[in-house]
Design a protein around this ligand. Structure first.
Ligand SMILES: Cc1ncc(C[n+]2csc(CCOP(=O)(O)OP(=O)(O)O)c2C)c(N)n1
Ligand SMILES: [Mg+2]
Length: 694
């Protein structure tokens, strides 16, 4: 069949025409950008087409319908597959997260600007830029992990909000993944967890094209994927030809009929290499086809060889009559049902509206604990757990857990009715993620994309195990709270394998991320309050295992100073310090002790508690100068961490008391002396700083 802009075709030919339109749009966009991957979109076009056109419960005119099915392209390098589909399906642009417009999210112009500055078609799909992109993908395996969080969210929302005759939530999640995704550890963690949870609303479509970037997949990947997934407790089915729409349709039906487990559809496909003569699987494919190859490929499709970005007549109409009408009908029915639901259950309606806007309910910060002064004090993980438990009673959609460290992280929600999340109780608030930090982080991002307020805990040192998910939460601008306890050598006997050293500076380097390391019990409560009010990025709560004194706030400044990132906790007489001691977390009290000691020697010190660099940097210059007056050059930072970066606050004449090794296994008291975190050492550093500043 030869195609031109006016070709009139019907039925199966029309399907082929739509599929080849996706393919050629991908080819042309990659060619024009002179970068990107055309092969995966070419191979996967029929898979995405049949899913969107015939199965996905999605209204292109309302891409933020809360009960829409989610489509996740974990193989983010195939971004043009998604952009072409969003364009042809007519998905509308949403502004400010909530306003649906008449504009297309991805227009043909956007496709022509693939991978260009300020386009909505970046190299890999970014959810905060492009409506219809449910989550940001590109780092392989992450979309798989996110999709498990979305499936958890769907189950939780259904259990929490559905009522007899009102099935407000029942959406499914479809994820396209490739060999690379399934090689990644994070996807293995996610699949294991999804199988354990029996998430029957989750469908992964595995593009079994037997090739990765370097060459044939079997250079590095030869396991039996199907058997592996059967072992995880998944339902596994196979489509032996990606171009066979009937087989694909049957596989989707099998998924929809499977009630007790997630489904993996293994689709045997051929990655697009252009014309058949070029089909040599040892050849690199992560690059444009080249002008000559583009022509041959188009010829092969019966396409006009010189046409660029051609959308033949009938294609967009066909999408409109398919996903367009089907989606509109589904949404219209839901909307009608929801109107009655809102009348009958105004409170639930109100909660859902708040969630969609990422707002907090009235009274969200009531009954928060207040801790009396106590020289012995408690660990900030303890006060953190108490604050979290209070907040979770006020914010019903604050849901989370830990990677098998609930008792250590103090992240377990213990109030009546909190319950455990699982197939027997989908409304449970405690999620036992198991020892799967990376899978947990990816799931938290998926839950957040579904408008829950998720939190997840592990030891601070193991933030390394989920670091890619922190970065993605920051990039996606999703408010996930990570609870990291055992935040320093203060954890003691577990030793260097567990003692975080470089984590603080390295995580402070992640843009759009707030690191909070509160200094006592009341600062920890304030830190949680700050965390809940941040709506466009992750917050990392960095909390101690060991006890720290609770400051007497009648003598010291109020803990509400946390919100400003740093504040003067205790000042020198007349606000004229000889030296400024800056501490974070458990080292704030050490600074207070050192200041006391210096006072005995006639030296006046100011103590600044600095729980968050990022929040401090947001303050105006006048405030910053009031905390760290430029006239006082004698400054000391005290933090049980690599001191990298503290130069910016202590200046060229300052001193940094920090860690320079991986720590050691010993009781905490011994480590304190051994590594020099004592008032004597801090006082000596202060005197050095004063001398240098003279
Ligand atoms: C974590 C991560 N590592 C490496 C890459 C670079 N990369 C992009 S695509 C790709 C090959 C993936 O192979 P496969 O998933 O089979 O996709 P296909 O080439 O078949 O489209 C690689 C290594 C990446 N995007 N993410
Ligand atoms: Mg592959």
């Amino acid at each position: 069949m030869a195609v031109s802009e006016q070709t009139v075709v019907t039925g199966a030919q029309l399907d082929t025409l739509c599929i080849n339109t996706i393919r050629t749009l991908a080819i042309d966009a990659v060619q024009k950008a002179n970068s990107g991957h055309p092969g995966a979109p070419m191979g996967l076009a029929p898979v995405a087409y049949s899913l969107w056109q015939n199965v996905l419960r999605y209204d292109p005119e309302n891409p933020i319908w809360p009960n829409r099915d989610r489509f996740v392209l974990s193989a983010g390098h195939a971004s043009m597959l998604l952009y072409a589909t969003l364009y042809l399906a007519g998905v509308r642009l949403v502004k400010n997260d909530t306003e649906v417009t008449d504009e297309l999210s991805v227009s043909l112009d956007q496709i022509k600007n693939f991978r260009q500055l300020d386009s909505r078609t970046p190299g890999h799909p970014e959810s905060h830029l492009t409506t219809g992109v449910e989550t940001t993908t590109g780092p392989l395996g992450q979309g798989c992990g996110n999709s498990v969080g979305m499936a958890i969210a769907s189950k939780w929302l259904a259990a929490t909000f559905n009522r007899p005759n009102f099935e407000v939530f029942n959406y499914n999640i479809y994820t396209i993944c490739g060999d690379g995704d399934l090689m990644e550890g994070v996807a293995a963690e996610a699949a294991s967890f999804a199988g354990h949870l029996k998430l029957n609303n989750l469908c992964w479509i595995y593009d079994n094209n037997k090739v990765t970037l370097d060459g044939p997949a079997d250079w590095s990947f030869s396991e039996d994927v199907m058997t592996r997934f059967v072992g995880y407790g998944w339902n596994v089915t196979r489509v032996s030809d990606a171009n066979n729409l009937d087989m694909l349709g049957r596989a989707y039906k099998t998924f929809l009929e499977t009630k007790d487990k997630p489904t993996l559809i293994v689709v045997d496909s051929h990655i697009g290499y252009g014309s058949p003569h070029k089909h040599d699987s040892s050849e690199a494919h992560g690059e444009p086809l080249g002008a000559e190859e583009v022509r041959l490929t188009k010829k092969n499709y019966g396409w006009p060889e010189d046409a660029q970005f051609l959308v033949p007549e009938g294609v967009k109409e066909h999408f409109r009559e398919g996903i367009g009408e089907r989606g509109r009908d589904l949404y219209t029915q839901w909307k009608k049902m929801y109107a009655d639901y809102a009348k009958q259950y105004p409170q639930l309606d109100q909660q859902l509206k708040l969630m969609q806007r990422r707002e907090l309910p009235d009274g969200w910060d009531k009954n928060l604990p207040v801790f009396p002064a106590d020289p012995k004090g408690i660990a900030t993980r303890e006060s953190g757990g108490k604050a979290l438990n209070a907040l979770a009673q006020n914010i019903p959609w604050l849901v989370g857990g830990s990677a098998d460290l609930g008792n250590s992280n103090k992240t377990t929600l213990k109030f009546d009715g909190a319950g455990n999340f699982g197939p027997e109780s989908w409304g449970g608030r405690n999620i036992h993620f198991g020892v799967r930090e990376h899978g947990m982080g990816a799931a938290l991002n998926g839950m957040s994309a579904s408008k829950l307020r998720p939190f997840g805990g592990t030891f601070f040192n193991f933030s390394d195990y989920l670091r890619p998910t922190i970065r993605l939460a920051a990039l996606m601008e999703t408010p996930v709270t990570f609870v990291f306890t055992h935040d320093s050598i203060g954890l003691g006997e577990d030793g260097p394998t567990h003692q975080p050293i470089e984590q603080l500076p390295s995580l402070r380097a992640v843009p759009n991320t707030v690191v909070l390391r509160p200094g006592d019990a009341n600062e920890t409560v304030e830190a949680w309050k700050v965390a809940m009010q941040i709506t466009h990025g992750p917050v990392l709560m960095v909390l101690s295992r060991q006890a720290v004194p609770t400051f007497d706030r009648t003598k010291f400044a109020p803990a509400s100073g946390v919100a400003k990132g740093a504040y003067v906790l205790a000042d020198a007489p007349g606000g004229k310090p000889d030296v400024i001691l800056i501490g974070t977390g458990t080292e704030v009290s050490l600074c207070v002790d050192a200041a006391e000691k210096l006072k005995g020697e006639g030296i006046q010190a100011r103590v600044v508690s600095m729980p968050s660099w990022e929040l401090f940097e947001k303050q105006d210059q006048a405030y910053k100068d009031s905390v760290l007056p430029p006239s006082v050059g004698a400054r000391v930072s005290v933090e049980m961490s690599t001191p990298l970066g503290w130069e910016r606050y202590v200046g060229p004449k300052g001193q940094m008391v920090g860690m320079h090794s991986f720590g050691a296994s010993a009781p905490w008291k011994d480590l304190q002396k051994h590594f020099g975190f004592t008032p004597d050492v801090v006082a000596a550093a202060a005197k050095k700083a004063i001398a240098a500043a003279k």
